[in-house]
Write a protein that binds this ligand. Structure first.
Ligand SMILES: Nc1ncnc2c1ncn2[C@@H]1O[C@H](COP(=O)(O)OP(=O)(O)OP(=O)(O)O)[C@@H](O)[C@H]1O
Ligand SMILES: [Mg+2]
Length: 255
């Protein structure tokens, strides 16, 4: 049996409320994310998933309550400290968000030039390793992002996100808008990336509408409704949830 006291959590929302004007988006949210695991956050559109992500990144601050990430209360940090702190995150965006005028190689090298004192030789070695890890072939290195396929761009974005060996990888809708085959590839890539970085250990958080992928690649699933996490369990338990809203969500998403 799992002992609650022996679990480590990388991210903790403690009774967090977030309001915009008179609109309450998070309403006394308690949510702890397991270290070294893949957790997917599900919920209907507008439920507040991206809002949670922005709190983790320190872009939003709670109206009430506390968000702790890697044992740090982000509200206590200055803007400069938050920027430095964000180097512990790898962020994978829906549209890869690469720099269009830089080669793919330079895109991956960018965080290393920006945040480390590595030599040119060390940067090259590191970028080559990252590109190999994410399955990028050599012919892509000298090309611009616009000259490779969407699936390949995802790999470049992921390689760049991994450059600083983040303790936390965040994916916001990683497969929205991709064809089924590329979707499968990205899902596999998320899982292998997570496993390959188990030594860090890496905590992976995915925000998704894609329930099939969620159930395939996650360790834990959390469901957000009315500003709170109403279910947080292993994939197996989640599938058996008796919560009618979750049953409806699963039904709508799989038909
Ligand atoms: N900066 C802001 N100002 C005002 N309202 C905001 C702001 N950010 C988020 N909201 C509101 O908070 C609610 C939740 O938004 P959020 O983007 O977190 O939802 P979501 O679950 O990510 O939805 P989707 O699945 O569509 O991406 C929405 O009603 C949105 O309008
Ligand atoms: Mg969103």
């Amino acid at each position: 049996m799992e002992n609650e006291n022996q679990q480590n959590y990388t991210i903790e929302f403690k009774h967090v409320t977030k309001t915009f004007g008179d609109h309450t988006v998070l309403d006394g949210l308690d949510f702890k994310i397991h270290e070294g695991k893949i957790t997917t956050l599900l919920g209907f559109s507008g439920a507040g998933k991206s809002t949670i992500l922005k709190h983790i990144l320190g872009i939003y601050h709670p109206t009430d309550g506390e968000v702790r990430v890697l044992d740090t209360n982000l509200t206590d940090l200055s803007d400069k400290e938050v920027r430095q702190f964000r180097t512990s995150f790898g962020m994978s965006f829906q549209y890869s968000a690469l720099f269009d005028s830089m080669t793919n190689f330079e895109n991956v090298a960018f965080p290393l030039r920006e945040f480390t004192k590595l030599t040119e030789q060390e940067i090259t070695a590191k970028v080559l390793k990252l590109m190999e890890q994410t399955g990028l072939e050599e012919h892509a290195f000298k090309k611009l992002p616009s000259e490779i396929s969407g699936g390949m761009r995802k790999r470049v974005g992921l390689a760049r996100a991994l450059a600083l060996e983040p303790k936390i990888m965040l994916y916001d809708e990683p497969t929205t808008g991709l064809d089924p085959i590329t979707t499968h590839m990205v899902d596999d890539l998320i899982r292998t990336t997570h496993q390959r970085n188990a030594h860090i250990p890496m905590t992976t958080v995915i925000i998704s509408h894609d329930i099939a992928a969620t159930l395939r690649i996650s360790d834990y699933v959390a469901f957000l409704e009315k500003g709170r996490v109403v279910e947080h369990s292993s994939v197996e338990q989640f599938k058996k949830s008796k919560n009618p809203v979750i049953q409806k969500f699963i039904e709508l998403s799989t038909h």
